[in-house]
Design a protein around this ligand. Structure first.
Ligand SMILES: NC(=O)C1=CN([C@@H]2O[C@H](COP(=O)(O)OP(=O)(O)OC[C@H]3O[C@@H](n4cnc5c(N)ncnc54)[C@H](OP(=O)(O)O)[C@@H]3O)[C@@H](O)[C@H]2O)C=CC1
Ligand SMILES: O=C(O)[C@@H]1CCC=N1
Length: 273
């Protein structure tokens, strides 16, 4: 059975560990290194996995090492983990936004099989979306291992051109926040018209859930579903014409471009390390 170690026991590691356990991976095959004692204790209690304060101990003798720390922590970790990784050569999976495969090779060793991936927070409830990209050292079996880990928390797609990983980050990595922002704005708009906030929130939230489920479950294009809501000359048409007048597609494209640029900037700021 594949042994999987996580470095960093925060939000995303917790989602992945929870998802793996739900799909039947034995807790005995999972471990996590996390600096905060309280967080270690919670991870051990919730999932029954071994926890470590020392990253090297967690990384020793593992088949897969998932780096689930903030991008800016990555360079500092290489001095600590490089030797262990050079000895064991596990499959290295990084979920850090922006961080490129060539940077990971430079920090941790260019003989390592490396998968760079970008999940998102709905992984917490098994509804994640992840893009993955591999270096040439990743074997077909290791691709399956990486995919299996991310399939445990949602849908996965392989990205063949790594330069598109920043687009994945801007689309689905950050994407949940865009929908949350729209629900906040809808709620505020209804409150501005006099609706109590709790009523506005539940109506906006359930509408988001309903629209999301229809998108996933109906197998129909978003434009077809949109047209079905839009009666000629009705209320939806009035709202959509207002969106068009305010150039909604342009607003969204600019936001996605800003997030994409930021991913590249975050990586560039690590190039000196
Ligand atoms: N949040 C999101 O929506 C997404 C995040 N990501 C990526 O996932 C990664 C983790 O993000 P997220 O889980 O949200 O962040 P969190 O801050 O929740 O998790 C990071 C964890 O790493 C721990 N940590 C810090 N320094 C070290 C160290 N030197 N060694 C071991 N562990 C350490 C932190 O501990 P402490 O809190 O004590 O500092 C924390 O528990 C990031 O790189 C991010 O870009 C990817 C997709 C989506
Ligand atoms: O905002 C961020 O940088 C991270 C990556 C994708 C989602 N959260």
């Amino acid at each position: 059975m594949t042994r999987i170690a996580f470095i960093g026991g925060g939000n995303m590691a917790r989602s992945l560990i929870g998802g793996l356990i739900k799909t039947g991976v034995a807790a005995a095959n999972l471990r996590v290194a996390e600096p905060l004692a309280q967080a270690r204790e919670a991870l051990g209690r919730e999932f029954g996995i071994s926890t470590y304060a020392d990253n090297r101990q967690a990384a020793a003798d593992t088949d897969v090492l998932v780096l689930a720390v903030k991008p800016q922590v990555m360079p500092a970790m290489h001095a600590e983990l490089r030797d262990t990784l050079q000895r064991n050569r596990p499959l290295l999976i990084s979920i850090a936004a922006g961080v490129r495969i060539d940077q990971l090779e430079r920090w941790f060793g260019n003989l390592l099989p490396i998968v760079r991936c970008m999940p998102n927070t709905p992984a917490l409830i098994g509804a994640g979306a992840t893009g993955l990209c591999a270096n040439l050292r990743v074997t077909p079996q290791q691709r399956e291992q990486a995919q299996h880990i991310l399939d445990a928390v949602g849908v996965t797609r392989w990205i063949h051109d790594e330069s598109q990983m920043d687009t994945v980050t801007a689309l689905s990595g950050s994407g949940p926040a865009y929908f949350f922002a729209i629900v906040e704005a809808l709620e505020d708009a209804a409150v501005a018209q006099g609706m109590p906030r709790d009523t506005a929130r539940i109506l906006a939230t359930q509408t988001c859930l309903g629209a999301g489920r229809m998108l996933v479950e109906s197998n129909e294009a978003p434009s077809v579903l949109r047209q079905r809501v839009t009666s000629p000359n009705g209320t939806t048409q009035a709202a959509l014409e207002s969106f068009a007048a305010d150039q909604l597609p342009r607003v969204v494209a600019r936001a996605v471009a800003a997030a994409t640029r930021r991913g590249a900037e975050m990586a560039a700021s690590l190039d000196k390390d």
